[in-house]
Write a protein that binds this ligand. Structure first.
Ligand code: HEC
Length: 124
């Protein structure tokens, strides 16, 4: 609570002295520090939107080009991590974590995995 109040008061004083946007940015970063978990969920979602949605769809059920339904999928977390990293055995889903310059690093693959596991319960 004290931290929140501090953040808010600080931002308010900045608001008076500087631009509104700067104060807004400060407010956001305070909120982000308070709620780290939400931030990592967000980035899992952002990565999903960027890299996976085209084939799997927003809720995981699209099935574009033979993509598996992620809402009904029941494979283990280890298998999910592997398929994202190395791609599917039939080559329809490309690898995201292989090679010199992988699209996603291990942390990102973990975040996106946490996100798609939640699609199984019918959303957030
Ligand atoms: C080019 C289309 C495409 C993209 C992009 C794609 N996938 Fe896939 N995905 C597929 C296909 C096709 C399959 C089914 C492969 C098979 O038949 O073995 C699949 C299967 C999977 C499976 C296995 C599900 C199961 O139950 O076997 C997971 C998990 C998965 N994808 C997650 C992801 C994630 C996470 C991303 C983004 C990082 C992603 N996919 C991006 C096409 C795609």
């Amino acid at each position: 609570m004290a931290i929140y109040a501090g953040c808010f008061c600080g931002s308010w004083m900045v608001l008076k002295r500087h631009s509104v946007w700067f104060a807004l940015a400060l407010l956001c970063s305070c909120a982000a520090a308070e709620r780290k978990r939400t931030v990592s969920e967000m980035s899992g979602k952002q990565m999903y939107t960027l890299h996976c949605m085209l084939c799997h769809g927003e809720d995981g059920t699209l099935g574009n080009g033979g993509a598996k339904n992620l809402a009904t999928s029941n494979i283990s977390k280890e298998k999910i991590l592997a398929i994202i990293k190395y791609g599917s055995a039939n080559g329809l889903m490309r690898p995201f974590g292989k090679g010199k310059n992988p699209e996603l690093n291990a942390m990102e693959i973990d975040a996106v995995t946490e996100y798609i596991l939640k699609l199984r319960d019918g959303g957030e």
